[in-house]
Design a protein around this ligand. Structure first.
Ligand SMILES: NC(=O)c1ccc[n+]([C@@H]2O[C@H](COP(=O)([O-])OP(=O)(O)OC[C@H]3O[C@@H](n4cnc5c(N)ncnc54)[C@H](OP(=O)(O)O)[C@@H]3O)[C@@H](O)[C@H]2O)c1
Length: 270
């Protein structure tokens, strides 16, 4: 029986993927910050819950030790936990910026590092890192979230070279909009009333995003895509998942950087 460890399994893509892999007969270590609050996953066959906060290395190491002791072997780690800090860069506090990187980048690296000795010893293993189409293109007023996902892109792509030599693979998952808690409780808006110069821009941005909405895919659709990426046997680096993500990426490649950026500016700010 193959096994997978998933971070951020309490909701959205993480939870749907935990359920999907369990249905497919995988052993699933569903990790989350507060497993005591989880009422659904704990009752499922093949799913075990573990406490893991990606900003707390001691919790990562303790979960890793317990999972390996319970499962024997871990085959796949899905680095999924993350949230979005959005708004004008100047309005974000130093603390907000550092926490955004602590969760989306250093947390992902901490979990990756924790499982490396196990994967190295086995000469096998796979990391699936959840980035975003926002790790390949940008929207205005999301500089901080984008910079974490662009960091995950460069980190994962370069890491893949050295780990391939050890029999370990790294893949990137690039969702477009997914209907999860991401647009609600997982989105932090940085605002500063002393910076009225940004108000009009933020208003236009909110209107444009409100019109298009987050959520052209379901979390279950992402789970299917992640399962396919895990099991396809391909040496493929990136999996762009969702019709909006595919369309945006095609536009970026067709238009090139400058034309795409000009089009985005026009679309958002007129
Ligand atoms: N939804 C989208 O449109 C979209 C698009 C592209 C990429 N993504 C990426 O997909 C991933 C999952 O997001 P989602 O859409 O499924 O949103 P979600 O439903 O809000 O799930 C986010 C998950 O991350 C967890 N998390 C946050 N901080 C954590 C920490 N310090 N330690 C451990 N877990 C933590 C949350 O746990 P708690 O319950 O404890 O808060 C939650 O389980 C994120 O990396 C996000 O950037 C989402």
């Amino acid at each position: 029986m193959k096994s997978i460890v998933i971070t951020g399994s309490s909701s959205g893509i993480g939870k749907a993927t935990a359920k999907y892999f369990a249905e497919k007969g995988w052993k699933v270590a569903a990790t989350m910050r507060t497993p005591e609050k989880e009422t659904e996953l704990g009752g499922l066959d093949n799913v075990s819950l573990y406490q893991l906060d990606v900003t707390d290395q001691a919790s990562i190491d303790a979960a890793r030790d317990q999972i390996i002791s319970d499962f024997g072997t871990v085959d796949v780690v899905l680095n999924n936990a993350g949230y979005g800090l959005i708004g004008p860069f100047e309005a974000a506090t130093d603390e907000q910026i550092r926490y955004q990187f602590d969760v989306n980048v250093f947390g992902l690296m901490g979990v990756t590092r924790a499982f490396l000795p196990h994967f190295r010893a086995n000469k096998a293993g796979m990391y699936l890192n959840v980035s975003s189409i926002g790790g390949l293109i940008t929207f205005p007023l999301i500089s901080l979230y984008h910079s974490t996902k662009w960091a995950v892109e460069g980190y994962s792509e370069s890491l893949a070279y050295e780990l391939a030599e050890l029999g370990i693979s790294v893949k990137l998952i690039e969702p477009g909009g997914v209907a999860t808690d991401f647009g609600g409780r997982s989105m932090v808006l940085a605002m500063d009333e002393n910076l009225p110069e940004y108000n009009e821009m933020v208003g236009k941005f909110q209107q444009a995003m409100g019109n298009s909405g987050l959520g052209s895919s379901t979390a279950e659709f992402l789970a299917e895509g992640i399962f396919a990426a895990t099991t396809d046997g391909k040496k493929q680096m990136r999996y762009i998942i969702g019709p909006d993500a595919e369309q945006t990426w095609a536009m970026r490649q067709q238009a090139g950087d400058d034309q795409f950026i000009a089009g985005m500016r026009q679309r958002m700010f007129g």
